[in-house]
Design a protein around this ligand. Structure first.
Ligand code: TXA
Ligand code: MG
Length: 341
């Protein structure tokens, strides 16, 4: 865990318009001063992210949300009371004083108050707690999000555009925050842009309305692109009943497989797997381990990553969303390989 000197130094780096990676309870963020357009531009450049994909602004506990947003619906206040600090991002109308760069040009703004103690300490000292730290996940665009400081180093190496990496251990939640759009609450209602640990039912219990799915004209959100959170090796998602036959056929084709499974394989069918990780656990534990597992499988040197599908229930929504996006490109490749055999 980093100490207060490191945190103070990191705040000074941010105040100078440079970038700092820091831990949050969801994933590590690549932070810059949200109100400094050149810091925001540096985030897009380092991540190699299209500049029309808005960033989330992280604020300190008790921050004045009216500074960032011109309209705060009653539902937003209730959700902040219950879920902040924590893994819920709210999209609200952006105040005109906030430069549009951080919002990818949208008239809205994404706000989140993280619960990780290092993130909170950084936010409390950065511009005396009155600033906002814009931070996407600290990974190359489209790649697997980092849940340790080591992952961030693996992503960006010693790139001098990254001024510091704060180490706060392994992120507790392990997948990115739930994103709820309340910027058109009066006309459209609450819209769930990205599932996460805070579920739709928990939101409905607080505001009395279940969030709806986004329509096709909704603002672009990188976490909502079909392929995202993806390893470099093609990955495919396979239902439990097809797992064994798929592995056998891949083996027969001379394919080296790295496996992420959720139920145990029959002992008599021991395959020669390049790497094998079994996560036989509840959704929260699975989420906590997911990205570290994908990174490990990605380093295995296998030809394909096979991921056993997890249950299709509410508790698994956030995990299933990430698995589907991780497997988006690889699915076709593996299916073609199987057709050939
Ligand atoms: O858990 C998290 O949310 C992590 C940590 C670091 O806080 N951050 C994160 O950021 O996942 P990023 O950039 O990887 O994903 C942010 C998502 C993007 O899909 C972005 O498009 C969406 O939030 N977003 C942010 N502001 C928005 C806005 N004004 N309108 C629509 N979507 C927005
Ligand atoms: Mg991301």
């Amino acid at each position: 865990m980093d100490n207060s000197d490191d945190i103070l130094a990191a705040a000074r780096i941010l105040e100078a318009g440079r970038l700092v990676a820091f831990p949050t309870e969801t994933v590590y963020g690549l932070g810059g001063d949200a109100e400094n357009p050149s810091a925001v531009a540096a985030i897009y450049a380092l991540k190699n992210r299209p500049s029309d994909h808005p960033l989330i602004v992280h604020v300190a506990p008790g921050a004045d949300i009216g500074y960032w947003s011109s309209h705060i619906p009653e539902e937003a206040r209730k959700l902040m009371d219950v879920f902040w600090p924590g893994p819920l991002t709210l999209i609200l109308k952006r105040a005109s004083r906030i430069p549009p760069d951080v919002a990818g040009g949208q008239d809205s703004i994404g706000l989140r108050c993280p619960s990780h103690p290092v993130a909170q300490a950084l936010l409390r000292v950065f511009r005396h707690g009155r600033g906002g730290i814009a931070a996407p996940s600290a990974n190359r665009f489209g790649h697997v999000s980092p849940t340790t400081a080591r992952h961030v180093r693996d992503e960006f190496g010693e790139d001098e555009r990254l001024g510091a990496i704060l180490d706060g251990g392994q992120s507790e939640v392990g997948i990115e925050s739930t994103i709820l759009d309340l910027s058109r609450m009066e006309s459209v209602g609450p819209v769930l842009l990205r599932p996460g640990k805070v579920g739709s039912q928990q939101i409905a219990d607080v505001i009395g309305t279940l969030p709806i799915a986004p329509d096709r004209n909704a603002p672009r959100a990188s976490g909502t692109l079909a392929s995202h959170y993806a390893p470099d090796i093609p990955a495919a998602l396979v239902p439990t009943d097809k797992l064994l036959p798929t592995l056998v056929r891949l083996e027969n084709r001379g394919c080296q497989v790295a496996l992420l499974h959720f139920s145990s394989l029959p002992a008599e069918r021991k395959m020669a797997l390049k790497e094998e990780i079994g996560l036989f656990c509840a959704s929260e534990v699975y989420a906590h381990q997911l990205y570290a597992s994908l990174r490990k499988l990605d380093k295995s040197g296998a030809d394909v990553i096979v991921i056993e599908a997890t249950p299709d229930t509410d508790a698994w929504k956030g995990v299933n969303d990430r698995l589907a996006r991780a497997a988006c490109h690889g699915q076709d490749i593996v299916e073609r390989l199987l057709e050939l055999s």
